[in-house]
Ligand binder design. Structure first.
Ligand code: A5P
Length: 230
């Protein structure tokens, strides 16, 4: 088995575990990314067999996938609270269950959905587990497009190397119409402190540090899934 096939198998095992935790009548937060997609596929198959749920998507891409698969969608106008959100992550810190998210660019909606959820189940393969957040993995920060250059300067003053994310040689634009600065901080020993400092920069809309939001991490590994609860 190739490494990528094995990784897909691990991701699918985690996604299946999370999708099986969803019960009839629930409002479900639908995450973004390849692992969340797998959970959405399992949920849609369960809906086809009679499970009654509604989903709130964390991205336009996820909304399109859910619609194509026949998974009914709703929004915050109809439901203020979500029972369970299922989403992926780019890094998970073992000891604290703090996350880095946003490599897919959906971090703002993902964080709004996670914050409105009674429970957030994070689905990852074992390559996402780390002892310390950051390292070479950049922290995505969603920023206003007006004056983005000044925001990058302020981010750099925090000690990182911010790079404006591009797509097809133009700035990548999020579903909310904003830009993303990918910030390499190196090791992030105190995620809460960094989160606060980022939040104080005018023009920063949200950052990819998810602190105190994940309830359960489902890690797909060689020998099935490992469950880490907060
Ligand atoms: C999307 O913005 C991200 O937060 C994703 O949840 C994250 O990139 C995980 O994606 P994969 O499951 O594709 O690795």
């Amino acid at each position: 088995m190739t490494a990528s096939t094995e990784r897909d198998r691990q991701k699918r095992a985690a996604a299946m575990w999370a999708a099986e935790a969803i019960e009839d009548g629930m409002v479900v937060g639908l995450g973004s990314g390849t692992t969340a997609d797998m959970a959405i596929e399992v949920l849609a198959a369960r809906v086809a067999k009679g499970l009654r749920i509604v989903g709130i998507p964390t991205s336009e891409r996820t909304a399109a996938l859910a619609r194509n698969l026949g998974l009914p969608l709703t929004d915050f106008a109809a439901h203020r609270r979500i029972d369970i959100a299922i989403d992926g992550a780019d890094q998970v810190k073992r000891s604290t269950l703090e996350l880095i998210k946003g490599h897919g660019g959906a971090l703002l909606r993902e964080k709004i959905v996670a914050s409105a959820s009674d429970r957030m189940i994070v689905v990852v393969d074992e390559t996402k587990l780390v002892d310390q957040l950051g390292g070479k993995t950049p922290l995505p920060v969603e920023i206003a497009n007006f004056g983005w250059q000044t925001v990058l300067d302020r981010l750099a003053a925090l000690g990182c190397k911010p790079v404006l994310r591009l797509a097809d040689a133009k700035p990548f634009v999020t579903d909310g119409g904003n830009y993303i600065a990918d910030c390499v901080f190196g090791q992030i020993p105190d995620a809460a402190a960094l989160h606060d400092r980022l939040s104080r920069i005018v023009g920063v809309i949200e950052n990819g540090l998810f602190i105190g939001l994940a309830s359960t991490i489902v890690v797909g590994g060689n020998n099935g899934v490992e469950i880490m609860d907060r």
